[in-house]
Design a protein around this ligand. Structure first.
Ligand code: NAD
Ligand code: IPM
Ligand code: MN
Length: 357
């Protein structure tokens, strides 16, 4: 097949891990006789530096014209001034909105080979296989927000969590459909005891589950409680659906089940058009430029890209198998070993994956 893939390396370790995933995609294309055309564009801090805009129009146009987008990460201390006119992160939020990517799929799977890399007990995490559906284009991230100066000179700032019925319905249906193909359980996470928007989620989801998915087990958990249950009974969850902000926070927490943020990929998809694939981690300024970032999250995101946007299931399986193989061989980046233990850098780890492929 022929496919156009836009690469958005971004900032910090973004370019390092994107290079790894790019190499894996080239290798898989070669093996299967596909023609992938790669186009690299700017997003985030580097785009602010070059064009004064975290998401230049050229980047939007290239993404819209592509079959899929692979992103590294954006942001960093250089652009963190709270008084700045714009931020790298605004570019990421805008590309999600422009492409209509309302669903962010974040699989949390513990690899048998990595059970000892997690700070949590093997007896608790073994067998964890959760698929998060994080709503991605609504809620607190996109509601009315602002900052105004009051008469007494104080400032008053606000961000608002807003959801509509249809925004909740479309992601809940997508999550419930996925649950039907898995272990037939859906958990919805909200804060309905306090937030009005969460009460809408509770009503809409309850109705859909009762009327359209009576075959699924349906559970509701408050987000504060979920932060605890994720660590105490992770194997009891199958598909989890939640709002933008809660999904952001809970999945970083959940990365400690497999053992590192550097292991978690994600797929952002809409009802049509290209999907966007990225690791869930950020630009990791503390290790950027050192060549030690774990590339596996982005490589696994490339596998999700093959599966979800290109329909290349076998290719996706092969990439995931290659990752498992290197872990089984004992290959580890620094984030997966105890301090002071020998580990592989980004490039060496990528070589191992390419060999395993
Ligand atoms: P982070 O995810 O960048 O890093 C958190 C910790 O995890 C750091 O100690 C980092 O070294 C480690 N880590 C992350 N990815 C790793 C990898 N692949 N291999 C090894 N270690 C890894 O979060 P942060 O430090 O809070 O944020 C840094 C910047 O990244 C901020 O500007 C933030 O806005 C941005 N960010 C961007 C994205 C994105 O582009 N999708 C996601 C999250 C954060
Ligand atoms: C993520 C990140 C982003 C988010 C930031 C960088 C805008 O944390 O992709 O998880 O909050 O969605
Ligand atoms: Mn995040």
């Amino acid at each position: 097949m022929k496919a156009t893939i836009v690469l958005l390396p971004g900032d910090g370790i973004g370019p390092e891990v994107t290079t790894s995933a790019h190499r894996v995609l080239e290798a898989i294309a070669k093996r299967h006789g596909h023609e992938f055309r790669f186009q690299e564009c700017k997003i985030g801090g580097i785009a602010i530096d070059m064009f004064g805009d975290p998401l230049p129009a050229d980047t939007i146009a290239a993404c819209k014209g592509s079959d899929a987008v692979l992103l590294g990460a954006v942001g960093g201390p250089k652009w963190d001034d709270p008084n700045a006119k714009t931020r790298p992160e605004a570019g990421l939020l805008k590309i999600r909105k422009e492409l209509g990517l309302f669903a962010n799929l974040r699989p949390i799977v513990t690899f048998p080979e990595l059970l000892d890399s997690s700070p949590l007990k093997r007896s608790i995490i073994e067998g964890t296989d959760i698929l998060f559906f994080r709503e991605l284009t609504g809620g607190l991230y996109f509601g009315p927000s602002g900052c105004e100066t009051l008469e007494d000179g104080q400032q008053r700032a606000y961000s608002t969590a807003v959801y509509t019925t249809s925004e909740v319905e479309r992601i809940v249906r997508m999550a419930a459909d996925a649950a039907r193909t898995r272990r037939k359980k859906l958990t919805m996470v909200d804060k309905a005891n306090v937030l009005e928007a969460s009460r809408l989620w509770r009503r809409v989801t309850g109705k859909i589950m009762q009327e359209e998915y009576p075959d699924l087990q349906y559970e509701v958990v408050l987000v504060d409680s979920m932060a605890m249950h994720l660590l105490s009974r992770p194997t009891s969850f199958d598909v989890v659906v939640t709002s933008n902000m809660f999904g952001d926070i809970l999945t970083d927490e959940a990365s400690m089940l497999p053992g590192s943020l550097g292991m978690l990929p994600s797929a952002s998809i809409g009802s049509s058009g290209p999907g966007l694939y990225e690791p869930i981690h950020g630009s990791a300024p503390d290790i950027a430029g050192k060549g030690i970032a774990n590339p596996l999250a982005t490589i696994l995101a490339a596998a999700m890209l093959c599966r979800h946007s290109l329909g290349l299931h076998q290719e996706a399986d092969e990439i995931e198998r290659a990752v498992r193989k290197v872990l089984a061989q004992g290959d580890r980046t620094a984030d997966l070993v105890a301090k002071g233990t020998a580990s592989l850098g980004t490039a060496a780890m990528t070589e191992r994956v390419l060999e395993a492929l």
